[in-house]
Write a protein that binds this ligand. Structure first.
Ligand code: IMP
Length: 192
């Protein structure tokens, strides 16, 4: 069993990554290693924020660690919310409020084209690596479905009519931004 520390306390993300990596890999989250502090994402890019979290755990706790940072980039909003995706509607990081603001800001816009972009950062012994996963799609006119987390109810991936929240984990974990970045990570780990 290969144990990896994932610098997150988001149980949804940890489960998705565990499902994609498959048997043979055990994921430990920050809580599992006794890290209870919030690692602030203070940097201007997804890449720097992902590295900051992985580096923090490596330096303070000594574990080889990976982290990820995800942004939703909406063309008609000039790429927003981007690095501000989690706090789009304020520091409460409320998915409901974030979605409501996104739908309001897209009212009357011709394009609803958007993408999720994930960066996975690895801080392993003496090595730092960045991996990217992108999932193209569009923002729905209203919420569709109750599954998933975050913006899943309003994100419809390219080639589908249903949102991530409706498609469920089995489909999402094949095509999502996180799935693409995690597959690259898995290939690296297994030498595949
Ligand atoms: P962070 O990477 O945890 O900072 O997440 C940024 C924001 O994107 C948060 O509001 C998350 O809820 C949201 N988010 C990250 N990944 C996904 C996803 O796979 N689906 C929907 N929302 C997501």
């Amino acid at each position: 069993m290969h144990t990896l520390v994932f610098a997150t306390n988001n149980a949804h993300k940890a489960r998705e990554v565990e499902q994609i990596l498959g048997p043979g890999f055990e994921i430990k989250t920050l809580k599992d290693i006794g890290c209870h502090e919030e690692i602030e994402e203070t940097e201007p890019t997804l890449e720097e924020n992902a590295l900051l979290k992985a580096r923090y755990v490596k330096e303070k706790y000594g574990y080889d660690c990976f982290s990820e940072d995800t942004g939703l980039e909406v063309d008609a909003l000039g790429g927003a919310p981007g690095v501000h995706t989690a706090r789009y509607a304020g520091d409460a990081k409320s998915p409901e409020a974030n979605i409501a603001l996104l739908l309001k800001n897209l009212e009357g816009k011709n394009s609803r084209r958007a993408r999720f972009r994930t960066i996975i950062a690895l801080a392993f012994d003496g090595e730092e690596i960045l991996l990217e996963g992108i999932c193209e799609g569009r923002i729905a006119l209203e919420k569709q479905g109750n599954g998933g987390f975050g913006y899943d109810p309003v994100f419809i991936p390219e080639g589908y009519d249903q949102s991530f929240a409706e498609l469920g984990d089995a489909v999402k974990n094949k095509i999502s931004h996180r799935a693409i970045a995690t597959e690259k990570f898995k290939k690296m780990l297994t030498g595949g």
